[in-house]
Design a protein around this ligand. Sequence first.
Ligand SMILES: [Zn+2]
Ligand SMILES: [Zn+2]
Length: 146
Amino acid sequence: MTVDTSRKWWVGSEPSDIAEFLKAYASEGAEVDEFRLARCGCGSTSFLLDADDDEGVARRICTVCATEHFICDSQDYWDESEPERLVCIECESEVANVGVGFSIYPARGGVRWLYVGYRCSACGVLGCFAGWKVGTLDSMILLDNV
Ligand SMILES: [Zn+2]
Ligand SMILES: [Zn+2]
């Protein structure tokens, strides 16, 4: 794992570098405790990513098999949202690795907050495309729906 922080944007050499970026990015009081990398059922880790940061939803579309997946609890709120497609701020590529950082309540009592991070597949730039509050007790299951 190599994260180059010397340039304008953080750049990661591999998909799991999203975790380190999100840990540094997270707000005080909503630190990242757990990270899950998104992986399609076909094995791919390359996606198009649509999200609405105001509504708190995100969807990934596999670039290999075109399967769509609503990230965590996004399907419940998707109809009210106005999602935008991720475009890399550095190279304008739309293809990215996707991973979610979770802030967890003490004693694994649920998800406080989550961050949808990405790494551009073309140039490696790391970022956070959306984040939202969960705040429910029965939400640990979301870690299995990245
Ligand atoms: Zn796939
Ligand atoms: Zn890029």
